[in-house]
Write a protein that binds this ligand. Structure first.
Ligand code: MLT
Ligand code: MN
Ligand code: ZN
Length: 301
């Protein structure tokens, strides 16, 4: 199974257009520190790819990746559709940019689809431009490749709704599939990638999926729980914002350092010290046997 990392930054990107914090300023001064919004592409059949989340950077992300470029036909694209981990704007705004396509699939959980259709009105908005096929993503493996060799399964990780949809009634009591981790599996080799750019809780089911995976790409939004408060971007902690931090008591590093899978962090916020390649936190990460995903990284599982 072939995967391409298209971006590794949280909402806003690195640098964020209206931000002059040390992280964003550093990325303007040192262009190699720039990171696009977190996204991934997975190959599902010959010349056929699905994007995992559609970010505001989607046009540049497709253009920059050789495998995703159009051709040989004048309007022929290898992009078959988009898988969504949640309904957050940094993961969904790019859907409208695909409107020049003849059609494409969107795979999302029920509450995510509901938010996109009822609140962002993407169904009605895009209907005059293109044919969007809305498919349900859930606990049963969904075939992505025509021959079923690559599948996607959703693992609920939290009931956190995007700010634009907080007043929508939960789809079911306590519906915890507003945010999911995706398990992408090559059924011929059994190799699996677990992708969780937003992780609010470490459940037993998630632990089992981590143990079964060959590669895990996880929420690295914040280094520690206090970071959003300390840097003045929020009054809530990382956990309060729906992102388990990397370090500390309830941090993900402690758990990931014990698994056999290759573990990479993504969705780095511009306040995260890891955005600076000289930060001492990189050494701590290395000592734990963990790493950070990089934009344009290719993972051949
Ligand atoms: C998040 O990851 O918590 C959200 O994307 C925040 C946002 O960008 O509004
Ligand atoms: Mn986000
Ligand atoms: Zn910033």
């Amino acid at each position: 199974m072939l995967l391409q990392v298209l971006g590794t930054a949280a909402g806003g990107g690195l640098p964020q257009w209206n931000c002059a914090c040390p992280g964003c300023t550093g990325a303007r001064t040192h262009p190699h520190r720039r990171r696009r919004h977190a996204s991934l592409a997975v190959q599902a059949g010959a010349g056929r790819w699905f994007l995992v989340n559609a970010t505001p950077d989607i046009g540049d992300q497709i253009e920059d990746s050789h495998a995703l470029r159009p051709g040989p036909g004048p309007r022929q694209t290898p992009v078959a559709g988009v898988l969504l981990t949640d309904a957050e704007l940094d993961h969904t705004l790019g859907i409208a940019r695909l409107r020049e396509a003849a059609g494409f699939d969107v795979l999302a959980t029920r509450p995510v689809r509901h938010a996109l259709l009822e609140r962002l009105r993407l169904g009605a908005t895009l209907a005059p431009y293109t044919r969007v096929r809305w498919n349900e993503l859930g606990a049963a493996p969904q075939p992505l490749a025509p021959d079923g060799t690559v599948t996607a399964t959703a693992l609920p990780v939290s009931a956190k709704r995007p700010r634009y949809a907080v007043d929508l009634p939960p789809d079911a009591p306590g519906a915890d599939d507003w945010v999911v981790a995706l398990s992408l599996r090559d059924t011929t080799t059994g190799r699996t990638l677990l992708y969780a750019p937003a992780l609010a809780r470490w459940t037993d089911t998630f632990q089992q999926a981590v143990e079964a995976a060959d590669c895990v790409i996880v929420d690295g939004t914040f280094w520690d729980d206090d970071e959003p408060v300390r840097t003045g971007i929020s009054t809530r902690t990382a956990t309060g914002m729906g992102h388990l931090p990397i370090a500390g008591e309830n941090g993900t590093a402690r758990r990931l350092s014990r698994v056999r899978a290759r573990c990479l962090y993504t969705h780095l916020n511009n306040t995260n010290p890891l955005g600076d390649p000289d930060a001492p936190q990189h050494r701590m990460l290395r000592d734990w046997g963990l790493d950070i995903a990089a934009d344009r990284m290719v993972i051949d599982l």
